[in-house]
Design a protein. Structure first.
Length: 546
């Protein structure tokens, strides 16, 4: 089996915040897990360097869009590396390779009768003397009555055109725009109504419920053809005579990055992109990992493009998170109400961030990030449960058995529990139910701590050293297996355990190490975070907003 994992492409117009990171992290957990299983994995993503957000930021700073894209792409790549993301290819959309793939897709869609040209009215600002990208137009959503952009309402997730908005204004100058006639190509999305309805129904068991329900709503309302080109000066050129001053619309171009990144990986590594994209060659499972706001682009628009191009594998599993709030309020980049990823990485371990965002993330419902919960989660679960079990077991061996894992055996009860846990937690991970998988593994950590307390190896050592050795031998086997089970979630700590015990590369199956292994370079996995930091972080949050 080959496993394709496509992670959503963050806009390269500003730093990542924890809310966005929470929607991306499941992709790396999946990639690490499937590699442990021995599957052939391709995990790709990149920075979305085109689109209105980048152009708006460049306009505000008085620099070229490419300068903004360069800055934030470099920052994203650094943050993902520090967080342990294992992308096979993390690229960017403003590269020649991506442009070539997107233009070819455009031509394929045109040749297959999925694109057509028509004259249309596009929003134009007389003050700024330019056609406005959809995100440059703001107004009132006709569906829910909330403030919305001209491409999509964040409040109710309705896909929009600028002409749909009530009381429209130009984002740049605030004046009401007019409409001018222009010619554009349209993707005949309505042509795929039946095919996409059947496709969505066939995958209802493989998608998150929010993806199922939102996609069903769009299909019931009836799919509308959408513009595939726009009057822009930043993006991928339309490869047709007479359209040289237009660009391929970012909503059709950005999702095509999954294919262009796969082909880039193939060119750079010598791997076969076809193994992950061409049906009939392998058994392919394709995961797409993103936030709730990106659902229609991955369940309708990208599948329509793939169907229109022909012969390319459609998404199988949609891992679409809900929203994460911050201290009870919505993340707001404009108001600086956010915990920025580069900032939090400067003060906290990446495993602490990864653990919290999975254990408390918006997997099925909206959740909240609070500094109190984050610090108590670290101290109580990572340090107090897992870190404590590892440290007190190995430190006892280091002190009382000269650092040599003693002789002993693992009971049948423990062996069965471990074997069952690999199967059950693995099945949950494959379904995108990461919270439940992590909770099952943490339950074994708690049971292991309870076993240690009940056996009292410190007392056993005084009266029956062999019994003490047996206890510590069993606990060491539990640590070895926990380091495999937790590797997709907190890889840095698990890699350190590998160093302590000179373990082989982990795989997703029960492990056993013989007695006589010497513990090396033992150190604490986690350190306690003083709870005074809660108030410090809250003050920092308030100060950055003021």
């Amino acid at each position: 089996m080959t496993i394709f994992i496509g992670g959503a492409w963050p806009y390269a117009n500003g730093s990542l915040h924890l809310g966005r990171l929470a929607s991306l992290l499941p992709g790396d957990v999946l990639a690490r897990y499937f590699r442990l299983k021995g599957e052939e994995v391709l995990y790709v993503s990149g920075s979305d360097c085109h689109g209105t957000p980048v152009a708006v930021q460049a306009l505000q700073e008085g620099v070229a869009p490419g300068d903004i894209a360069d800055r934030y792409h470099a920052e994203f790549a650094d943050c993902f590396e520090r967080l342990g993301f294992t992308y096979d290819c993390y690229t960017r959309t403003d590269q020649p390779h991506h442009h070539r793939v997107v233009r070819q897709l455009f031509l394929d869609l045109l040749a297959n009768g999925c694109l057509y040209a028509r004259s249309t009215l596009q929003t134009y600002c007389e003050t700024d003397r330019r056609f406005l990208p959809d995100r440059y137009v703001e107004g009132i959503c006709p569906v829910c009555g909330n403030r919305a952009r001209g491409d999509q309402c964040e409040s109710c997730s309705t896909l929009l055109d600028p002409s749909d908005l009530i009381d429209r204004t130009c984002k740049l100058c605030g004046n009401p725009p007019i409409e001018r006639e222009t010619e554009h190509y349209y993707l005949a999305l309505s042509k795929f109504q039946t095919a996409l309805t059947d496709y969505a129904a066939a995958h209802a068991q493989d998608w998150k419920d929010n993806a199922v329900q939102l996609t069903k709503r769009y299909l019931e309302e009836g799919l509308q053809d959408r513009a595939a080109t726009r009057d822009l000066d930043w993006g991928v050129d339309v490869p047709l005579e007479g359209f040289e001053d237009k660009k391929i619309y970012v909503w059709i171009e950005a999702v095509s990055g999954y294919l262009s990144a796969s082909k880039q990986w193939s060119a750079e590594s010598g791997g076969s992109w076809e193994s992950f994209w061409l049906d009939g060659r392998n058994e392919i499972t394709a995961y797409y990992v993103h936030g709730k706001d990106n659902i229609p682009f991955h369940t309708l628009i990208w599948p329509a493009i793939l169907l229109g191009a022909g012969g390319l594998h459609l998404p199988d599993r949609i891992i679409s998170s809900e929203y994460m709030t911050l201290e009870g309020k919505k993340f707001s980049t404009s108001s600086n109400w956010a915990v920025w990823v580069p900032d939090v990485l400067s003060r906290y371990q990446p495993d602490s961030i990864r653990y919290f965002l999975i254990a408390n993330g918006p997997e099925k419902r909206d959740t909240d990030f609070s500094w109190r919960e984050f610090i108590h989660s670290h101290n109580g679960e990572l340090l107090g449960a897992f870190g404590n079990f590892v440290n007190r077991t190995l430190a006892f061996i280091d002190k009382s058995f000269d650092g040599i894992v003693p002789e002993g055996a693992v009971s049948e009860e423990w062996s069965k529990a471990i074997e069952k846990l690999f199967a059950s937690s693995g099945a949950l991970i494959e379904q995108g139910r990461l919270k439940e998988a992590l909770e099952q593994i943490l339950d074994l950590v708690r049971r292991a701590n309870k076993y240690y307390d009940e056996q009292k190896p410190w007392a056993q050592f005084k009266i029956d050293k062999a019994a003490c050795g047996d206890t510590l031998h069993a606990c060491t086997q539990l640590i070895v297996n926990l380091s495999r089970l937790l590797h997709p979630f907190i890889p840095f700590a698990c890699e350190r355990i590998r160093t302590f015990l000179a373990l082989e590369e982990p795989v997703w199956e029960p492990a056993y190490i013989p007695a006589g292994i010497r513990i090396e370079q033992l150190a604490l996995l986690f350190h306690r975070i003083d709870t005074s930091r809660i108030e410090e972080e809250m003050n920092r949050l308030k100060q950055q907003r003021s």
